[in-house]
Structure formats: C-alpha cells, structure tokens
Design a protein around this ligand. Structure first.
Ligand SMILES: *[C@@H]1O[C@H](CO)[C@@H](O)[C@H](O)[C@H]1NC(C)=O
Ligand SMILES: *[C@@H]1O[C@H](CO)[C@@H](O)[C@H](O)[C@H]1NC(C)=O
Ligand SMILES: *[C@@H]1O[C@H](CO)[C@@H](O)[C@H](O)[C@H]1NC(C)=O
Ligand SMILES: *[C@@H]1O[C@H](CO)[C@@H](O)[C@H](O)[C@H]1NC(C)=O
Ligand SMILES: *[C@@H]1O[C@H](CO)[C@@H](O)[C@H](O)[C@H]1NC(C)=O
Ligand SMILES: *[C@@H]1O[C@H](CO)[C@@H](O)[C@H](O)[C@H]1NC(C)=O
Ligand SMILES: *[C@@H]1O[C@H](CO)[C@@H](O)[C@H](O)[C@H]1NC(C)=O
Length: 298
C-alpha cells in the first residue's frame, strides 16, 4: 500500500513539473535596463523629429545609425483632445476617446517605436517566436521638446481599449495558436488572446507583439510527455506485478494449509485458529505437532 501511494505521488510530481502554464503574467527574462536605455534613446530621437510641430500630426524620426532597422515617430497632442477624441490610426495603434493621462500634463507626446529586427535583442522571450516586430507606444510630457531622459507619463484607456493591428504578420506554424504579448515598463510580461483581424487590445502603454510557442519548445514538451507516459506506464506495470505476486503467494499459503489439514485429518483432528485472515491448524502442547508437507505420515 505504501508503495502504491508513493508511486501515485511520484506521478503527480512529474505531471506538475511538466505541466508548465503558457499564459498569465511573468517577469521578463530579458535585460530590462537595456530596454529602458533604448526607450530613453528613442524618446530623444523621437522628440528630435518635432521641429515646430503641428498638434495632432505625426512626424517620423530617425533612429541612431547603430540601430538601423528601428523605426520611430512622434506625435504631439493636447491631453484634452486625446481624452475627447482619441487618435484614429496612429501607425498600428487605434486610440479611442477616453484615454486619461496621469499625472495630468496639458501637452503630451506619444513616441512610437517599431523595433524591427532588434525585437529579439531587446525583448528576448525564450520558448516563443515573434510573428511581428515589437511595437512600442510611450507617453511623455510634451511641454519641453528639448527635454531628455524624461520619465513616461501613465496613460489609461478608461472606455474602449486601445487596439493594435499587426498587419504584416509572419505566418503562424500550423497547430499553434498566436498570442498577443505585452511588456509593461517595469519588465513584466502579459499574454492575451489575439483578436479577429490580428489585433491586440490594451488599456495601457508599453511594448506589444504577437508570439507563438517555439517549435523546439513543442518538441521538448512532446518528449517530456513521452517520458511521463513511460514512467506512469512502468509504475502501473510494477503495481500490477506486485498485486499478482501477493495474490500468488496467498494462493500458495492456502494450498499448503489445505494440504496440512488433509494430512492431519488422516490422523487426529486439529483445532483451527485464525491468525490474521489465514486459517491455520493449531494443537495443544502434548499432541504431535503438525509437520510440513508429506514428510510426516502417521
Ligand atoms: C495579466 O495577465 C493575468 C492573467 O492572464 C491577468 O489576470 C491580469 O489582469 C493581467 N494584467 C493586466 C494588467 O492586464
Ligand atoms: C543590459 O543592458 C545594459 C545597457 O544596454 C548593458 O550595459 C548591460 O551589459 C546589459 N546586461 C546584460 C546582462 O546583458
Ligand atoms: C549606439 O551608440 C551609442 C553612442 O553613440 C552607444 O551609447 C550605444 O550603446 C550604441 N547602441 C548600440 C545598440 O550599439
Ligand atoms: C511638464 O513639463 C513642464 C515643463 O518642463 C513642467 O512645468 C510640468 O510640471 C511638467 N508636467 C508634468 C505632469 O510632469
Ligand atoms: C538589423 O538590420 C540592419 C540592416 O537592415 C543591420 O544593420 C542590423 O545589424 C540588424 N540588427 C540586428 C540586431 O541584427
Ligand atoms: C527644456 O529642457 C532642456 C533640456 O533638459 C533644458 O535645458 C531647458 O531649460 C528646458 N526648458 C524649459 C522651458 O523648461
Ligand atoms: C477589444 O476591443 C474591442 C473594441 O473596443 C472590443 O469590442 C472587444 O470586446 C475587446 N476585446 C477584448 C477581448 O477585450
């Protein structure tokens, strides 16, 4: 019985080791300080594109030459108009009305990032493959356009969520479900469902993309299930053999007792006593003792 309980708990331990959840939130295993340094660099270069900017018009900036492949843009707005009207189709982002800025700043600047082929370098996500580049949307105080190292303002979609359209998405390998991934500015990662039309919803700023579980990871998990399967199968077989062995032993005892009873019937009747669930012949001291098998014939 102890063996059986031990086997079952071993099985559950294996299952819990391999049943890793692939949704929910987690800490970004990548280099947060690297990503935050990049945000600061891109804020500066994005603001650089705003020379006598018109409110509500988007200006494309130029990323530093050692970040070729990264695209940036900046857009200056009045907080009041952001809240009242939103911004339809700012690049891949569709910002509805009802977006609130905190702390309140009369003017703000949205810096847009498309990290292109730098996505993996700055936002590594082991076990997943990106189907789209990382897109960033960050809000800054728009009062001083020469300011650098600005902290981000908080934004919150208080009515409809902000929607992001991933138009040029790489094909998803068959039998895999793409997921939206969101990195907030504190290094935490959240997954959510990809919506119709390759869209993701968000209520906050940060960095966004679409991922699938990497093929190598799926092979690994298949291999793990094969291991779990063999262990469980092996344990079941062992338990079966143990039960069979016990049963055989019990049958063997029963037969021996029957033989002894038969042997004693030929001579003198022996009274039976019960030890556990096995009936066994017993006799009072002075009588001839019951002997084994056929060695003793009276
Ligand atoms: C992150 O994901 C978890 C699990 O899916 C969810 O409960 C939580 O609300 C998400 N956090 C945010 C800020 O959306
Ligand atoms: C993280 O990024 C910073 C800034 O880019 C860099 O100095 C540092 O070496 C990186 N750390 C690791 C562990 O990659
Ligand atoms: C790009 O160059 C700047 C200096 O001009 C340097 O501080 C930064 O670390 C470089 N970034 C990368 C990704 O090489
Ligand atoms: C935005 O910047 C201006 C000028 O630098 C400053 O006066 C104001 O307090 C800032 N607002 C916020 C909310 O940080
Ligand atoms: C991205 O592509 C550009 C050329 O388009 C190249 O110079 C750069 O090194 C690439 N970045 C990475 C991280 O491979
Ligand atoms: C704007 O920021 C720059 C750079 O930090 C600073 O030199 C300048 O004094 C600021 N201007 C105002 C009006 O705050
Ligand atoms: C995403 O946003 C759209 C538009 O506001 C909304 O209709 C939809 O219910 C949202 N979906 C989820 C899963 O939040």
């Amino acid at each position: 019985m102890g063996l059986l309980i031990q086997s079952i708990s071993t099985i559950f331990l294996w299952l819990s080791l391999f049943g890793m959840p692939l949704s929910g939130s987690a800490q970004n295993p990548g280099n947060l300080s690297g990503a935050r340094t990049l945000d600061a660099v891109l804020q500066e270069h994005g603001f650089g594109a705003l020379v006598r900017p018109k409110t509500g018009i988007s200006y494309d900036g130029t990323a530093p030459s050692n970040l070729t492949g990264v695209k940036i843009s900046a857009l200056r707005l009045h907080s009041g108009s952001l809240k009242a009207r939103g911004v339809s189709h700012y690049k891949e982002f569709d910002i509805p009305k009802g977006v609130i800025v905190a702390p309140y700043s009369q003017r703000l600047v949205f810096v847009y990032q498309n990290l292109g082929n730098w996505s993996d370098a700055y936002y590594p996500l082991p076990g997943f493959t990106y189907l789209a580049p990382i897109l960033g949307l960050l809000a800054y105080n728009g009062s001083n356009l020469s300011a650098t190292s600005l902290p981000e303002l908080n934004i919150m979609a208080s009515q409809d969520p902000i929607s992001i359209s991933f138009s040029n998405m790489g094909g998803a390998p068959s039998e895999s479900t793409p997921k939206c991934v969101w990195f907030n500015l504190h290094g935490s990662v959240n997954f959510s469902s990809l919506l119709l039309g390759n869209k993701c919803n968000t209520t906050q700023q940060g960095h966004f993309s679409v991922v699938v579980v990497a093929v190598s990871e799926k092979r690994k998990s298949k291999k793990n299930w094969i291991i779990v399967g063999s262990v469980v199968g092996g344990l079941l077989l062992l338990s079966l053999l143990a039960v069979l062995a016990l049963w055989t032993k019990k049958q063997w005892y029963k037969r021996r007792i029957l033989d002894m009873e038969r042997a004693s019937d030929a001579g003198e009747a022996l009274s039976m006593t019960t030890i556990g669930d096995i009936r066994t012949p017993s006799a009072n001291g002075t009588r001839t003792q019951p002997a084994l098998e056929h060695d003793y014939v009276p």
